[in-house]
Design a protein around this ligand. Sequence first.
Ligand SMILES: Cc1ncc(COP(=O)(O)O)c(C=O)c1O
Length: 145
Amino acid sequence: MTHVFHRAPANTYPIADHGEGAYIVDRDGKRYFDAGGAAVSCLGHSNKEVNDAIKRQVDKISFSHSGFFTNEPMEELAEFLATRALGRLDKVYFVSGGSEAVEAALKLARQYFLEKGEPKRTRFISRRQSYHGNTLGALSAGGNE
Ligand SMILES: Cc1ncc(COP(=O)(O)O)c(C=O)c1O
């Protein structure tokens, strides 16, 4: 019995206990090769450098609203990405995941054409049955029924 509303409520899921590099280990010790999980996770599990950086940052501050503050890690990452985009993309918009990234892209595209005085440009071209997020906008943009 679970109170979690799982993606497929009829399924019984193994309990992920911990990660080791490319493996997820369940509560019974069974190891699952995690070849990317949701296809977009690429850092592996329990990487000490990543874990230490997360701990260092959360010990300093857990949250500040991006409408009011910037912060050093965000500025550093934006610079890292922008300097590798060969000068063509020099701004980075931070979101928390794939769904939010698609929603942000839809909004940015819409706003761009509104401000250019082309309000009738409201259609998006995308691949049918692609998947880039679980929100209504992201599912719609991917033609994902
Ligand atoms: C290819 C791809 N894009 C985007 C997403 C959605 O990312 P998020 O769960 O962070 O919204 C996923 C998640 O499964 C994915 O596999």
